[in-house]
Design a protein around this ligand. Sequence first.
Ligand code: PLP
Length: 221
Amino acid sequence: MSTAQARLDAVRERIAAAAARRGRNPAEVRLVAVSKTFGADAILPVLAAGQRDFGENRVQEAEAKWPALRQRFPDAILHLIGPLQTNKAREAVALFDAIHSLDREKLAAALAKEIARQGRAPRLFVQVNSGAEEQKAGVLPDAAADFVRRCRDVHGLAIEGLMCIPPLEDEPARHFALLKALADELGLRALSMGMSGDFEAAVEHGATHVRVGSAIFGTRD
Ligand SMILES: *Cc1c(COP(=O)(O)O)cnc(C)c1O
């Protein structure tokens, strides 16, 4: 068995166990393998092991890596999990199947324009700055409901769910619970939360998408 296969199997087993603890169906949890900083040599074995959802945090890096990989694996599904600049909306809509970092009105407008122009609509997650951290992207929890409504009503965007990255020093479960409560309040189905260090807690709190990098690819430089 390849290392990639063994690591993927281990992560999938841990997701299944966490889901089982809450009586959830593990099929409701999509594993997004975060391949940022890794090249095709590292990604190909993960594709060969059957993984199809991948996360990248930079548009330019993904544009350099994925067209060639997609020629070999046309059913690969790409998630943008990092901040998106408004002037990269065109490239992002063309390349990604999901964008997890929608967090401001200007970006909502730019995405709406590109979605109409390209006739291609990535699934959209609104990023919530659940810890109200100064340096972190995302709408503040108090502003999330209004922002989601404006995305829908002003910009005509279908919002699939919410995403968060808990503060490093905090207990993540509190943030996962907050995001779940917000999503329920807004009638949103999808929750992008949980990374290598905390994806089991995220699954226990209702994650539908976990973004797992180092547990699959090894540590990044
Ligand atoms: C890098 C990254 C991840 C994956 O982190 P790991 O700790 O390697 O699993 C998940 N989400 C976001 C937004 C990231 O930037």
